[in-house]
Ligand binder design. Structure first.
Ligand code: C2E
Ligand code: MG
Ligand code: MG
Length: 700
């Protein structure tokens, strides 16, 4: 270790002998330098400033006063204490020396002990003064940093009570120093962070003595601000906590900017609900969550019916307004944790979480379809749109996110095709069949060539007389791997393509073929065939029909009835009416299928030359316990009497239904109570048994 440096004393005297005694006495404790003139002393001092100067007054050339003056003029030496040593005993000399900045006076002959003491005290005092000066300047610096820094600073004591804050703290939080002293920092809490967040913060802080992170806090006026915060613990030598120092920068504008960017990237600009990108995110989270929780999730695809017309008729602005309103209504039906995203013009995807049974999901969907269909005022007009919705359940449908959306979309398509304003659940077993719609169409085409389609027949009877009136031809697909498929499982996927025409032609040919068979057995019956709208609207529909009949010359056209959906008929009423008239000229008759679901007005009904109205099975099913459905059935029956049309009820599932319908004046019916659809051979066999069945059921 280096020996402590001795303090340096410079003695200036023209007669060094004067100082020899003193020099000896001081030389042991101090590093003593001697100069024999004022000028020499000055230059020595300037070279290496001493800690103390002993200065003789009476010297030739430059006397002690002048030397003192010159020393004091040098900034480096200003602070060096000077003691005058002189024989002069005049008061005025002493005064003059002190006035020039000397700190003490020693008179010759010098009393060594007193001189040593004085020098010692003086140097000690000087040392202290310098230390204080240094500390003060350090403190001044710290204080100015504290006061002027842009970052907020908060110091708390060991109990986490605030003991000091700076100006920036006040600027950022809005709280003045006096308002927060003694309070806890939690007065800034915004509630944005969870209890766990703070627990983690304290844990890290106490272990690592430091914590860094972003916190949303609240200003005095209630506004939120984001603080990039760093908290440190100051401990004493024993490791006890002394203070906490919190330093924070206001990064609110940065966060807001980040938030804006985030919104643009993740939210739909029109409706403010999540967009496709955020949906993907939410979906990934939801799938992981469902896997953990063991519950189910429904993914729904919702598409508005008739949105395009509204857009065309009222303009885009009104269309936007409509979408905004619809998004709002959908949101109102959702629960916490559910998501709705807009992924296209009028297309929405919904994630319904925490489902324990499918009925929960159906309740939500039904309510949603209901509120979506409520009227909206657009540019002063009341309009209403409905929605078609498809959904699939995860993990029953154990597919990835993208596939789930596609499945829900497919189901939505079926909902649309089966008449809109309804929902359809995706069937995962069926999907193994339908890999893609295009591929599916090829499969149908193959199936046609491979003769995998069959016609089933469901009898129609007169419940009053027991007469068999005929049957409805219903298509089935006997799939080599999937068994017997119902029309709903494959028709919707092709009803917008020309395949439906091809398939319809096949159905007509088959029907005419069976009709001839039936005739040879001496039965005079009609068979009704369902005709898809696209098929009926073909320019050569009537000509094709004639051609079909020409292949079966023994048949009279009045044995064929065509069923067209009420909804389809009113969509293009002029064209449809014209075609119906043409066909009727040939002798073919018409039934309006699923009647009651298309809201056709009386005017429409008057225009459409349908021979029969077929009451939709949804009304029949509930008529016995739903007074409204009962009233609808009753009204339709009355309507047919006024307009001189025939009426038939479909979906008659029990004898009770049948008897009630008879009471209302509807005699014709079709339904499980009479017979389920069956192959032609079974129909022949059933016909022979029917009278017996009839006696046993309707007549008792
Ligand atoms: P639709 O024309 O209204 O036919 C009646 C549907 O109700 C048939 O279903 C029939 O099996 C079913 N049904 C009959 N009685 C009852 C009953 O008492 N209770 C219940 N719950 N259901 C009953 P299916 O055969 O599945 O046909 C469904 C729809 O597919 C038909 O409805 C029709 O719109 C369409 N469709 C069937 N075959 C053809 C076809 O060859 N061509 C076209 N374009 N569409 C067809
Ligand atoms: Mg039908
Ligand atoms: Mg029907």
């Amino acid at each position: 270790m280096e020996a402590p440096k001795l303090l340096k004393i410079l003695a200036i005297d023209d007669v060094p002998a004067n100082l020899s005694l003193l020099g000896k006495a001081l030389g042991e404790e101090y590093n003593l330098q001697i100069a024999t003139s004022g000028a020499k002393g000055l230059s020595l001092a300037q070279e290496d400033p001493p800690d103390l100067i002993l200065l003789d007054i009476m010297m030739p050339d430059m006397d002690g006063y002048e030397t003192c003056q010159r020393l004091k003029q040098d900034p480096k030496l200003q602070e060096v204490p000077i003691i005058f040593v002189t024989a002069l005993l005049e008061k005025h000399a002493e005064m003059k020396g002190l006035a020039l900045g000397a700190v003490d006076y020693l008179t010759k002959p010098i009393n060594i002990d007193i001189a040593k003491l004085r020098i010692h005290n003086l140097l000690e005092r000087e040392q202290l003064r310098r230390e204080i000066q240094l500390r003060e300047s350090e403190q001044r610096l710290a204080a100015s940093v504290f006061a002027n820094t842009h970052d907020g600073i908060m110091i708390t004591d060991v109990n986490n009570h605030i003991i000091e804050v700076n100006n920036a703290f006040t600027r950022i939080t809005g709280y003045h120093r006096e308002e927060v002293l003694g309070k806890k920092p939690s007065l800034l809490k915004s509630g944005r962070q969870s209890a766990e967040f703070y627990a983690d913060l304290w844990k890290t802080l106490l272990i690592e003595n430091h914590w860094n992170g972003e916190i949303w806090n609240r200003q005095k006026n209630g506004d939120l601000y984001a603080a990039l915060t760093s908290i440190s613990i100051v401990r004493d030598e024993q490791g006890h906590i002394h203070h906490f120092i919190g330093l924070f920068a206001d990064i609110t504008s940065l966060k807001n900017h980040e938030y804006d960017l985030e919104r643009v990237a993740h939210f739909d600009s029109l409706t403010g609900i999540p967009n496709r990108l955020l949906l993907a995110d939410r979906m990934a989270q939801a799938l992981a969550y469902v896997k953990r929780s063991g519950n189910q999730m429904a993914l729904c695809y919702l598409d508005l019916d008739g949105f395009k017309q509204i857009n065309d008729e009222f303009g885009h602005e009104a269309g936007d307004q409509l979408l905004l309103e619809i998004a709002k209504r959908i949101k109102q039906c959702l629960r916490n944790g559910d998501t709705v995203a807009r992924i296209g013009g009028d297309e929405f995807v919904l994630l319904l979480l925490e489902l324990t049974k499918i009925s929960e999901c159906e309740t939500i969907i039904e309510r949603m379809l209901h509120v979506v269909a409520e009227p909206i005022t657009l540019s002063g007009c009341m309009v209403s749109v409905s929605a078609s919705l498809g959904f699939t359940l995860f993990p029953e449908d154990n597919a990835d996110a993208e596939t789930l959306v596609r499945h829900a979309d497919q189901a939505m398509y079926i909902a649309k095709q089966s008449g809109k304003n309804r929902y359809h659940r995706f069937d995962p077993t069926l999907d193994r069949l339908i890999l893609a719609r295009g591929e599916f169409q090829a499969q149908i085409e193959n199936a046609l060539n491979a003769q995998e389609f069959e016609l089933y027949f469901q009898p129609k009877v007169n419940m009053r007389t027991g007469a068999i009136l005929g049957a409805e031809a219903l298509i089935r697909w006997r799939h080599p791997f999937n068994g017997l498929l119902l029309p709903i499982e494959f028709l919707p996927m092709i009803c917008e393509s020309d395949l439906i025409v091809k398939l319809g032609d096949w159905v007509i040919t088959q029907t005419l073929h069976y009709l001839t068979l039936w005739q040879t057995q001496g039965m005079d019956m009609t068979i009704s065939v369902n005709i898809a709208p696209r098929h009926l609207l073909q320019a050569d529909f009537v000509a094709q029909l004639e051609r079909h009949f020409s292949n079966f010359p023994t048949l009279k056209p009045n044995c064929l009835e065509l069923e067209i959906l009420e909804t389809a008929a009113i969509e293009d009423i002029g064209k449809v009416s014209a075609i119906m008239h043409e066909c009727q000229k040939l002798g073919v008759s018409f039934a309006l299928d699923d009647f009651g679901t298309g809201y056709s007005s009386l005017t429409y009904l008057k225009t459409l030359p349908a021979n029969t109205l077929k009451i939709d099975q949804s009304f029949i099913r509930n008529m016995l316990n739903d007074p409204e459905d009962y009233a609808i059935v009753e009204a339709i029956i009355n309507l047919t009497q006024i307009f001189h049309r025939q009426v038939i009820a479909e979906g008659v599932e029990t004898i009770e239904h049948g008897l009630e319908l008879l009471k209302l004046g509807c005699e014709q019916s079709q339904g499980y109570a009479i017979a389920k659809p069956m192959p032609f051979e079974a129909l022949i066999e059933w016909s022979s048994r029917w009278q017996q069945l009839y006696q046993n059921s309707f007549m008792t």
